[in-house]
Ligand binder design. Sequence first.
Ligand SMILES: C[S@@+](CC[C@H](N)C(=O)[O-])C[C@H]1O[C@@H](n2cnc3c(N)ncnc32)[C@H](O)[C@@H]1O
Length: 295
Amino acid sequence: MDNKKINWQTQSAARQDGPRPESGRNQDLDPATFEKYRRLIYEKSGIALTPGKEALVAARVGKRMRELCLSDHDAYLRHLMEGAGDQEIIHLLDAIATNVTSFYREPEHFELLADILRQWRNAGQQRFRLWSAAAATGEEPYTIAITLLETFGPNTVDARLLATDISTKALTRSLQGAYSQERVAPIPRPLLARYFDRRGPRDAPEYAVKQTVKDLIVFRRLNLSTPPFPMHGPLDVVFCRNVMIYFDKWVRARLLEEIHRILRPGGYLFVGHAESLTGMMSPFKVVKPSVYRKI
Ligand SMILES: C[S@@+](CC[C@H](N)C(=O)[O-])C[C@H]1O[C@@H](n2cnc3c(N)ncnc32)[C@H](O)[C@@H]1O
């Protein structure tokens, strides 16, 4: 479960896992069983499940238990803790993690990003390193990459984006980079035409991200709850959006310290709109709500 060394070489080979499983059977979870899941999930991911999430946990692990032909939670917990080890933990976290995301989510972040990149470029900067820290199924890093291409044009600067997530299933979807008509709806039409290939049947087309966009991004698995991370930095921009809400104050504080270490002075941190750092001992300067800067 340790974070592995990361380099900035792009990788196009996608693992051929299937799509994220649907929620499974909703068995009852007694308090002791829920507590065992809660502790394990917290230890392995920093995700802090609060009381009341029993039905959600039961539903999300149910499908996996059926795949393993295990009929009760005690047997599955034994499988997690004894036999299967880290490999099964990956399946558990795939099931538990909420991957909700969209292209151009919180769109003003991308307008501001474009302004910042333009200013840096006008000041002579040639090398840009960005990180999408909870990339989910890829919509966020692809939106950032399109913003880079729209701002700079292709091959004019040295720009790279690292996109990470704890969920291997989400990463597989990211690497595939193919989205339904509904998923691409927030993308302005000219950009959809420029950066995606339409394929498949007329009535149910799929939009595949073009290689020019993919080539800017390195996808890796990384657990945000176990700093230090293998990147040395310095990074110019970090998007860490809509993931800290799943962590407690302690995990959040360590994560912010680590992001602060990796960012260069003057670098920017974008968080989700619901994730203000107000009230936290944060080393960042507030630029505007949900946007911070390392001074
Ligand atoms: C709600 S999505 C947010 C996606 C995107 N950043 C956005 O704002 O649209 C949260 C993502 O955080 C990931 N996640 C949860 N715990 C994590 C951890 N400890 N390390 C890395 N990623 C984690 C989940 O797998 C999920 O893909």
